[in-house]
Design a protein around this ligand. Structure first.
Ligand code: UQ1
Length: 458
């Protein structure tokens, strides 16, 4: 997961934050400026590095590049139309009533060093053969090196009936994956007094693959404390609330070690598992799934939906994309497989690992090192990324299972040195997730000085 991708542009407002000129030129006004400078077409602005995306990856990478000391004013540009940058890993905590969503966002412009040039514009298209990027206002940027990190799109429209259901304040349907809908989740959890609760996870790639069940574990704990949930004993269902986890996957989690621990929790806590059930429609108070043997309809009293996600159209339709629409980079060097001066990381990339901010702490230094080598004369990139990613899985209020792993689903646990098995949920990990990570993120990670499990860098 990575924050900062609310691409719907809002009024300029706080984005100005004093340091950058975010004045937007319409194509027409741009042409009139161009004609004053007697140029028939919009002049291209050249930057040594153009970074597309001001999310976790974009900010960490641009500031790490800047801190190398090898760049002058405006050598590096960031392109992102978003007014706000969001700490999205905190949205599960908002859904569980532990944080306010407003606390987790900052004006994007306030996070961008004044030595970087911020273009508050969407990208229209990439022309990697010409080393150029066309912006939504009709202007063109050219570059020596391009970093493509715009994240992925959370697609509420991928589920029939979902946009209407989540935006209806009276329905008990919500989603922690968008800023607009994240705070509805806790309201629905608080007002449910009985009946069937269903939490879904789609088939296909999503960011933070653990979040769909994190919110379920918090809800379960909330209802348990309120006396509304008891695990079913021997098939009896005296519990006022019943809980089902309906996932498009055949298992609880993609990494066998943590999947086994989560499956044991599911059984011990009496949660019904609907595996290989992919939500396709919300029809009033009925959820419709593509099940293993055909359509399955289940009535619900509360529904938490995780919709499908995928590449932004401007990436998918570009020469940079692979078949699935992700930026087609080498798994270890993060360099594009066909364009030697193009790089990617984070959610938009093809890297076959779980999409999280933790992954970016390991990816960014590798990308930066290799890009700097390329700028200096093309030494072969270093295959330094091993797929590290992490999912701090909230299993109840006060406990987190800190899943950490690399390519191949192989555990790589930072706290093994204390003799801890990280499949066991712990209070210390809860405080890392709830207090330390949000703090270090804005204090350090977006400024390019946080290396995740490696601690402070630069
Ligand atoms: C991390 O650095 C980080 O970013 C601030 C997270 O937040 C989203 C994480 O979830 C994790 C696991 C890390 C990795 C750092 C350590 C110390 C394990």
């Amino acid at each position: 997961m990575a924050p900062g991708r609310v691409l719907a542009r809002q009024a300029a407002g706080a984005a100005a934050a004093g340091r950058h000129s975010l004045t937007k030129h319409t194509p027409a006004s741009y042409r009139s400026f161009a004609s004053i400078s007697q140029s028939p077409v919009s002049p291209a602005r050249n930057h040594r590095v153009v970074v597309v995306g001001g999310g976790s990856a974009g900010l960490a990478i641009s500031h790490q590049l800047l801190r190398s000391g090898r760049f002058a004013q405006d050598d590096i540009a960031i392109v992102d139309p978003a007014e706000w940058h969001h700490y999205q890993p905190g949205w599960t905590l908002v859904g569980g009533g532990l944080k306010d969503k407003e606390q987790l966002r900052r004006p994007l412009a306030s996070l961008v060093d004044p030595k970087l040039k911020l273009y508050s514009e969407p990208v229209s298209s990439f022309s990697p053969d010409d080393n150029s990027v066309l912006l939504g206002n009709g202007s063109t940027l050219t570059y020596d090196q391009l970093v493509v990190v715009p994240g992925i799109k959370v697609d509420l429209n991928s589920i029939k009936g979902l946009p209407e259901a989540v935006s209806n304040p009276d329905s008990n349907v919500s989603c922690i994956y968008t800023y607009e809908t994240v705070d509805k989740t806790f309201k629905t959890i608080q007002r449910l007094r009985g009946g069937q609760a269903i939490f879904t996870q789609p088939a296909g790639v999503i960011k933070c693959a653990g979040a769909p069940q994190k919110i379920m574990w918090l809800a379960l704990d909330h209802w348990k404390r309120a006396g509304l949930y008891q695990p079913q004993q021997g098939g009896s269902s005296s519990s006022p609330i019943q809980i089902a986890f309906a996932t498009g996957l055949p298992v609880m989690f993609g990494v066998p070690k943590y999947s086994a621990a989560l499956e044991a929790l599911r059984q011990a806590r009496g949660v019904e598992g609907l595996f290989s059930h992919d939500l396709v429609e919300v029809d009033g108070e009925t959820a419709v799934f593509a099940g293993p043997d055909g359509p399955v309809r289940r009535r619900f009293d509360l529904l938490h939906v995780v919709p499908k996600m995928g590449a932004h159209a401007f990436v998918k339709q570009s020469p940079l994309a692979n078949e699935a629409g992700f930026v087609d980079v080498d798994d270890a060097t993060l360099r594009h497989k066909r364009y030697a001066n193009v790089w990617s990381a984070g959610d938009a990339s093809s890297l076959p690992t779980s999409k999280t901010a933790a992954a970016i702490t390991a990816q960014a230094p590798v990308l930066v090192r290799n890009l700097l080598r390329a700028l200096e004369g093309g030494a072969e990139p270093h295959p330094g990324y091993d797929g590290y990613t992490s999912c701090p899985l909230l299993t109840e209020y006060g406990k987190v299972m800190l899943a950490e792993f690399k390519y191949g689903g192989v555990p790589q646990e930072t706290f093994a040195r204390f003799g801890w098995d990280q499949a066991t949920p712990r209070r210390a990990f809860y405080h890392l997730k709830k207090d330390f990570f949000p703090w270090v993120y804005y204090k350090s990670m977006v400024k390019g000085t946080w290396g995740g499990p490696k601690g402070w860098i630069n």
